[in-house]
Design a protein around this ligand. Structure first.
Ligand SMILES: Cc1cc2nc3c(=O)[nH]c(=O)nc-3n(C[C@H](O)[C@H](O)[C@H](O)COP(=O)(O)OP(=O)(O)OC[C@H]3O[C@@H](n4cnc5c(N)ncnc54)[C@H](O)[C@@H]3O)c2cc1C
Length: 472
């Protein structure tokens, strides 16, 4: 059986890993358009700084990431975030205010820190209290994250607290994001406890208890010298096992004849496959399937993606007028800045900058703001430096800077996304030797993408086993 996997991001690499490990009899080819493996996972190691271009950690509580690292033999290289750096800040009226302690999945789960917070005035804090009285919304209809939080806790809580935290994950517009596809457990809190705050309180207490049991290990993990360690380990495993790995191999078309797929490379060659896993962004998957599956292709192309960029800057500590005593800060949309967050990387992960130095990372670009951003390295660096000067008073020239532009990178699970998934699933049901993986569907975090690759492999080989049984 020849399996072709298209797209060598973490989802495609994971699919290749699980296919190779669990089905060594299959012939596996992995095709990647770019000149490096890992897609959004890219690490630059320069002058003692570890600079991540895309993600910098993954969530340990979704266990697929940790499990894969264990299998690859790199679990002992996983670090948590710095336990000393307790604060995260929110930019509020041009000042950095601490995020209140006790948040559970962004929602306030402790009363006192919320009462003391300067992010909301007293009327807005009282409005949160109404959450205990507002009746549970009936029915199963989806609603946007913005509308849901505003309905239960007031618009100010959404705009000053939830929106900037959510933006740090999806770079999205919360008034469009589907609650069901992004934060379904928030609706579960409402249904189960009749209150969002009560659900958050219970979750917060459970988390503190489990942290104590685990010896307070961070829920965010990353390998010592960057997430590229994961992709490097997968590629090494695949090479050892003679998988066919091809960089610089963009796929330009797919056709389907005689129960086999013909995969056309932009360079001209055509490869034949019995089964196909597409681990490309949903809009690319749609373009590639336009000929054999035009209706499905339209659904895939209708999943929107937002462009974003990261700008990393390194300084001497003595050049910084503001203490970097936390993980960094997020910027609410209403503050009107072009940056959406700044991570204080060398505080979050002290080993990522040499002694006496600091590494910061500014995120630029979110849904609805893309036309305001000049998408070139020099302008993005300028925007990042302007942000650091305004908020942290940093005017020195950076010792090192790196800009990563991610065009159409963040899928937006907007209202209507669950219905699109139903259509995609129904179409794939008819195509047992075709599967999709990646961040376009059921989760954008690294563990979700790894799991999507594993599930795609399961689907393909379940079909193969069924075929073999039929032929006896
Ligand atoms: C700036 C940023 C920060 C993030 N931070 C975090 C974080 O801290 N933690 C976290 O868990 N997640 C984070 N994410 C999300 C996470 O990184 C992504 O969702 C995940 O890496 C996507 O993996 P993927 O394999 O689905 O897609 P991709 O990484 O996009 O891989 C798809 C691959 O397909 C290739 N491809 C495209 N077209 C073709 C073609 N025609 N032929 C062949 N190959 C093709 C591409 O070159 C690419 O390599 C972040 C994302 C970004 C952009």
């Amino acid at each position: 059986m020849r399996l072709i996997i298209i797209g060598g991001g973490i989802a495609g690499l994971s699919a290749a890993y699980y296919a190779q490990k669990n089905h060594p009899e299959a012939k596996i080819t992995l095709l990647e358009a770019d000149s490096h493996w890992g897609g959004k996972l890219i690490t630059d190691r320069v002058d003692g700084f570890v600079i991540e271009g895309g993600p910098d950690t993954f969530l340990a509580t979704k266990t697929w990431g940790v499990e894969l690292c264990k299998e690859l033999g790199i679990a002992d290289r996983l670090h948590g975030t710095n336990p000393e750096a307790k604060n995260t800040y929110v930019l509020h009226k041009n000042r950095l205010e601490s995020l209140p302690d006790g948040l559970a999945m962004m929602i306030p789960g402790k009363v006192m820190p919320m009462l003391k917070s300067r992010l909301l005035n007293w009327a807005q804090k009282l409005r949160i209290g109404l959450d205990f009285l507002i009746p549970v919304k009936k029915g199963d209809a989806d609603e946007s994250l913005g509308s849901f939080v505003s309905r239960r806790m007031g618009r100010a809580t959404y705009e000053n607290l939830i929106e900037p935290l959510m933006s740090g994950i999806y770079a999205g517009d919360g008034d469009k994001l589907s609650l069901q596809s992004t934060f379904p457990f928030l609706r579960d809190f409402e249904r189960k406890y009749g209150s969002l705050a009560l659900g958050a309180m219970k979750m917060y207490r459970a988390r503190v208890k489990s942290q104590k049991n685990r010896g307070s290990r961070s829920i965010f993990l990353t390998p010592t010298t960057g997430l590229a360690e994961m992709t490097e380990a997968i590629v090494a495993y695949l090479k050892e096992n003679n998988a066919d790995l091809r960089l610089n191999s963009p796929v330009s078309r797919i056709t389907h004849h005689d129960s086999r797929y013909q995969v056309g490379l932009a360079v001209g060659a055509t490869l034949e496959a019995d089964s196909l896993i597409l681990a490309t962004p949903a809009y690319v998957t749609g373009e590639l399937l336009a000929s054999p599956l035009p209706e499905l292709a339209e659904v895939l192309k209708s999943i929107p993606y937002v462009s974003t960029a990261t700008v990393s800057l390194a300084y001497k500590l003595t050049d910084l007028p503001h203490p970097l005593d936390g993980y960094g800060y997020v910027i609410p949309r209403r503050e009107g800045r072009r940056a959406l967050a700044c991570t204080w990387t060398s505080t979050k992960f002290p080993h990522r900058a040499p002694e006496g130095h600091a590494l910061l990372r500014v995120f630029v670009g979110r849904a609805g703001q893309e036309d305001e951003i000049p998408w070139d390295d020099a302008s993005l660096l300028e925007i990042a430096r302007e942000e650091l000067a305004l908020t942290l008073g940093i005017t020195a020239d950076p010792l090192v800077s790196r800009v990563f532009i991610w065009e159409k990178a963040m899928p937006q699970y907007n209202l209507g996304h669950p219905e699109k998934l139903t259509q995609i699933d129904a179409a794939l049901e008819e195509m047992p030797n075709l599967a999709f993986a990646g961040n376009g569907y059921r989760g954008i975090g690294i563990p979700d993408c790894i799991h999507s690759g594993e599930l795609a492999v399961e689907k393909i080989f379940k079909h193969e086993e069924h075929e073999e049984t039929q032929s006896y």
